[in-house]
Ligand binder design. Structure first.
Ligand code: SF4
Length: 298
């Protein structure tokens, strides 16, 4: 089974045309500014929005003592919840919900297929996202084969922070890789994402050698990589890749703060202003000088 936390239809921001984005649970990185904190844990996560809570108490009844009221507030003992699936649909006001459920490849493909006319009209398709799609199990291959059978264009957003074999077996089934390159310096990469820059850079070289089409996506994050030496170093690396289609620069924003709160986590990447598109123009100009088509996204 595949673990999915969201399927977003009619998405216009994750590749060409009208797309359906499938967000998978589980990520090998721990980026301090992560905008999808509900994606990180490979298991389903309990999210609670107290602004929507009507104190019906249905979750308290269903959770067998692991959700309770104290000092007028709802307390969720996430350590002891065990399988949050039991809480999936218990909250009538949707204040408490479970992010992540197991789905078969066939179930996902059947849902996606409904929008085939829109993909055809707009040169759209499906975007695999997350979390990290290539951290899913073997059933990802089944899904990709089903999409190929239906001639649906597939893009895959990836951190490339997985063993190369997890990607290489699917290169013939993915039409466009949208791969993150967050930093080239091993220490900085490790400090801010918990990962290994060497693995990512090596996977980029292998992806390039495979002949696959790919875009490099760079989240531009203040305090991490928002400086000319750091972004130029990424662009210099990109300039050496033969099959690179484009670079996409993605300005940092702090909109995910509320999601951390809903997951019972603290958002620790504080004190940084959102980055404007204007701040990225000098980076885009440098990439253009290096002969790389560049887009600044929202
Ligand atoms: S790679 Fe993406 S999903 Fe994973 S921790 Fe980093 S920002 Fe979050």
């Amino acid at each position: 089974m595949l673990t999915v936390f969201n399927i977003q239809r009619f998405s216009l921001h994750d590749g060409n045309g009208v797309r359906t984005s499938i967000f998978f649970k589980g990520c090998p990185l721990r980026c301090l500014w992560c905008n999808n904190p509900e994606s990180i844990d490979p298991l389903p996560s309990v999210m609670f929005d107290e602004r929507l809570c009507n104190r019906f108490g249905e979750c308290i009844k269903a959770a067998d003592g692991r959700i309770y009221e104290a000092d007028g507030a709802l307390v969720i003992d996430r350590e002891k919840i065990g399988d949050p699936g039991q809480l999936m649909d218990v909250c009538p006001s949707k204040a408490l919900r479970v992010a992540g459920r197991e789905m078969s490849a066939a179930e996902i493909a059947a849902g996606v297929e409904k929008d085939l006319p829109f993909y055809d009209m707009s040169s759209g398709g499906v975007t695999l996202s997350g979390g990290e799609p290539f951290a899913q199990g073997e059933e990802l291959g089944e899904l990709l084969l089903l999409l190929r059978d239906k001639r649906i264009h597939v893009s895959a957003e990836t951190s490339l922070h997985v063993p190369w074999e997890k990607v290489s077996k699917y290169t013939s089934l993915v039409d466009m890789f949208l791969a993150d390159l967050k930093h080239t310096h091993p220490l900085k990469f490790a400090q801010y994402t918990g990962g290994d820059a060497g693995l990512v850079l090596e996977n980029f070289r292998k992806l390039d050698a495979s002949g696959s089409a790919f875009v490099i996506r760079v989240p531009v994050v203040p305090g991490f990589n928002h400086s000319e030496p750091e972004i130029f170093s990424i662009i210099d690396f990109a300039a050496g890749l033969e099959h690179l289609s484009e670079i996409h620069l993605i300005p940092y924003h702090s909109l995910a703060t509320e999601k951390y709160h809903m997951l019972g986590k603290a958002y620790t990447y504080k004190g940084f202003a959102d980055v404007s598109k204007q701040e990225l123009v000098a980076y885009a100009d440098y990439a253009s000088q290096m002969g790389i088509t560049t887009k600044i996204l929202n």
